[in-house]
Design a binder for this molecule. Sequence first.
Ligand SMILES: Cc1ncc(COP(=O)(O)O)c(C=O)c1O
Length: 343
Amino acid sequence: MKTIDLRSDTVTLPSPEMRQAIAEAELGDDVFGDDPTVNRLEAMAAEVMGKDAALLTTSGTQSNLAAMLAHCQRGDEVIVGDEAHILHYEAGGAFALGGLGLRPVRNDDQGRLDLGEVRSAIRGHDVHFPPTGLVCLENTHNRCGGSVLSEDDLAAVRRLADEYGLPVHLDGARLFNAAVALGVHVSRLARYVDSVAFSLCKGLACPVGSVLCGSGEFIARARRFRKMLGGGMRQAGIIAAAGVYALENMVDRLAEDHENARLLAEGLSSIPGISLAPPPQSDLVFFTAKGWDLEELVGRLGERGVLCLDEGGRIRMVTHYGIERRDVEEALVRVRELMAAGA
Ligand SMILES: Cc1ncc(COP(=O)(O)O)c(C=O)c1O
């Protein structure tokens, strides 16, 4: 029985061509700035995002933390959505390592920040208050179901931040998914923010890495923080080569993942007891199953070779490179059979 791993788009394995690119990568010591493949990836990433400079990091978590540190001073407050990955899943690095406060404001089900709440959360100059240092956005939005922020959504936050002279950072771990879903070039989404981090190791199917992009001065500061966080890597061209390959070859195919997610969602919603929570907009599919303990359902699906995650009251399935249409169809057969057999 084939295992169909729908837990995350991070479970992707590099394609034979990507492995070849890794094997043939020209290398140097990147901490000395000498790795030509890292330099190439950073130049490509800056260009595709329409920014001046870029920095390869070990992970999305490291990119986001380096970005917060580079934008803010110790003691500042960072405005984030109450469903933000930075708030929920990054081990509290902003508090623990950065001396930064995270100030949550409401995300709607589309992953947008409530602009009224953002405005009230921005601190005045009274000495009692911690200064507001940064506003963070997420696109696509993980906990809001892989939802996509439009250009209008991003522009509205930009305008508000500009009123107060605040920088905006975008956690764009899946920004290419957002661009593909909207049918726009990714730079159109990045132009509303001062800095953007995108993941190599999710839909782009690289084994590791993330890239942070922004102004030259910002990236120089972030580079020092990356070093402090243990992310100064030596012959990192091994990693960057996969990123270069991915930027050239793995972006457009994200549309297939979205199509497979739509197919999966359609099939799931036709199974009695299953409700989508919400319908997918990109590669993430969330659903509930009436009458089932979800942890048990995930376990029983696992026994049938369909791997997914129980994400606190919802099950998450993610389509990605390595999951074909026939895998989605097979997964649906197995879910349907299990559900028909009953809890
Ligand atoms: C929206 C978002 N931001 C950041 C991250 C963190 O990325 P990493 O796992 O590479 O640290 C993730 C990981 O799933 C994510 O979904």
